[in-house]
Design a protein around this ligand. Structure first.
Ligand code: 5GP
Length: 181
């Protein structure tokens, strides 16, 4: 980029801090799953970059699957009704599942996903969320692994977008442009 993007505010999580924390999360998961090969379930599209780096920080055999759900742009925020746009390819029966999420805002998406995946009889079901917005969750989400707790402002970068842009930024930025949703 030649000029700074006027829609980007301050850096919320810098690239080196992000990568260091992901290495730590990888170590934790490696230790916790020493006897098991976890199935990482990535929530598209936002989690693709985190999933990629996290998986390389886990020194265990892992398997991958992806799910796509509708988030903003519908009535999701208020209703908690989430639409599955792409379902998993794999059967979860007796699997040790780790849901890999980019960001938890109200927590409604994750609460729905957890219920939905738990009904498929996995042996275990944990959540690894890179970012959690401070104080906005209405239900107890039982997040086993959390990267960072951040202030409740709209952010982009490292997989997170506005209208499909900014996903390739290597750090997380505050978005200061208009109408992000
Ligand atoms: P929740 O259901 O927790 O309110 O929202 C979760 C989903 O909303 C995330 O998976 C993500 O797609 C989107 N989201 C929430 N907060 C942000 C944000 O600050 N920036 C971006 N780009 N997406 C967000």
């Amino acid at each position: 980029m030649d000029r700074p993007d006027p829609n980007l505010g301050k850096i919320v999580v810098a690239e080196d801090v992000l990568q260091e924390r992901i290495r730590e999360l990888g170590k934790e998961i490696t230790a916790d799953y020493s006897e098991r090969a976890p199935l990482l379930v990535g929530v598209l599209k936002g989690a693709f970059m985190f999933m990629s780096d996290l998986s390389r920080a886990i020194e265990r055999p892992v398997e991958f699957d992806f799910m796509a759900v509708s988030s903003y742009g519908s009535a999701t925020r208020t209703s908690g009704v989430v639409r599955i746009l792409k379902d998993l390819d794999l059967d979860l029966t007796e699997r040790d599942v780790i849901v890999v999420e980019d960001i938890v805002d109200s927590g409604l998406t994750l609460a729905y996903l957890r219920r939905n995946l738990a009904a498929r009889n996995p042996r275990s079901l944990e959540v690894c969320a890179l970012l959690v917005k401070d104080g906005l969750q209405t239900t107890d989400l039982d997040l086993r692994y959390v990267g960072f707790t951040i202030p409740p402002e709209f952010v982009v970068g490292y997989g997170l977008d506005v209208a499909e842009r900014y996903r390739n930024l290597p750090a997380v930025y505050e978005y200061t442009g208009s109408s992000p949703q």
